[in-house]
Design a binder for this molecule. Structure first.
Ligand code: AMP
Ligand code: MN
Ligand code: MN
Ligand code: MN
Length: 278
């Protein structure tokens, strides 16, 4: 049997993606995606446009979001799938997370000014599609524009990750709040790209245990934004905890993402896909 081409994690201009929601969906359809979730960072404003376009193209659509969470001194991303975008607590919770982004961007800009890069906030704003959602990606695009580094990936490595001059600490949602909002809106919570966190095996295990205790249901076993070699490791985690398995490109835009919509590897066959719920 040919498995469903599901892609349950990607971004539009409502957060740090390069394409409008309708363009994301059209591209997904062209790429053969049969089931798609749009999961903008801390934002669900793009869902109506994406859903309407998916219906035109005959692509099944799942409402999604990617919530920024502080876990100890790390940032962890939790995707919510199949949620009701009209749920008031979810909307208020996401608004509260977004509200911190402006101040953070100003602090990032100050940090970059201190090493001689002035006007980074204004520069980043040129790349922002949603004024409530200024992200490091927008700063990265501006830093490429002024020649600070050759591409977005290099800008991150040299300027925008912890220990580098443009990085500032920030407090996001708690894990409890994020799962509370997702579950309250009828959704299922998914740990995004678990292979990307700077956590030891033991620390990751603690994260999965807490996530499981809070009713978290799935993890991205296959993600375009962690290494392919991580698939086997997280397939084992899914089996051990009884998590459903998700498959995700984490597509942000042509030229910026190495994995295109619908282009991630297939899930290992013995796992239960998270889309068995939809
Ligand atoms: P923010 O939510 O503002 O902290 O931005 C996080 C986003 O930055 C992620 O969702 C990615 O799109 C992007 N990002 C983070 N780390 C990297 C990296 N090393 N290379 C390229 N993009 C990155
Ligand atoms: Mn992103
Ligand atoms: Mn992420
Ligand atoms: Mn993402």
């Amino acid at each position: 049997m040919i498995p469903l081409n599901a892609d349950l994690h990607c971004h539009s201009t409502y957060s740090d993606g390069l394409l409008e929601p309708a363009e994301v969906v059209a591209r997904a359809a062209r790429n053969g995606v049969e089931l798609l979730a749009l999961t903008d960072h801390d934002e669900i404003g793009g869902l109506p446009e994406a859903r309407a376009t998916a219906s035109e193209f005959g692509v099944r659509f799942v409402n999604g979001v990617e919530v920024s969470v502080s876990w100890g001194d790390q940032t962890v991303h939790i995707v919510g799938l199949g949620l009701d975008p009209d749920n008031a607590a979810l909307r208020e919770g996401l608004a509260s997370v977004r509200a911190g982004r402006d101040g953070r961007a100003a602090r990032m800009s100050d940090a970059l000014a201190a090493i001689g890069i002035r006007g980074a906030y204004e520069g980043a704003l040129k790349y922002v599609g949603n004024p409530a959602l200024v992200s490091r990606s927008h700063f990265a695009r501006y830093l490429v524009e002024i020649g600070a580094a050759r591409d977005v990936k290099t800008v991150f490595d040299h300027y925008l990750v912890r220990g580098k001059p443009g990085y500032v600490e920030h407090v996001w949602a708690t894990m409890d709040d994020a799962l509370g909002w997702i579950h309250g809106a009828g959704g299922i919570a998914v740990v995004a790209h678990p292979g990307r966190y700077r956590l030891s095996k033991a620390e990751l295990n603690t994260l999965f245990e807490r996530f499981h205790d809070l009713g978290g249901g799935a993890i991205e076993v296959v993600s375009g934004s962690h290494h392919r070699e991580s698939t086997l490791e997280f397939a084992r985690v899914a089996r051990r905890f009884g998590f459903l398995a998700s498959r995700a490109s984490d597509f942000h835009g042509p030229g910026e993402s190495s994995v295109d919509l619908g282009g991630a590897d297939r899930l290992p066959e013995d796992l239960t896909p998270v889309w068995s719920r939809f």
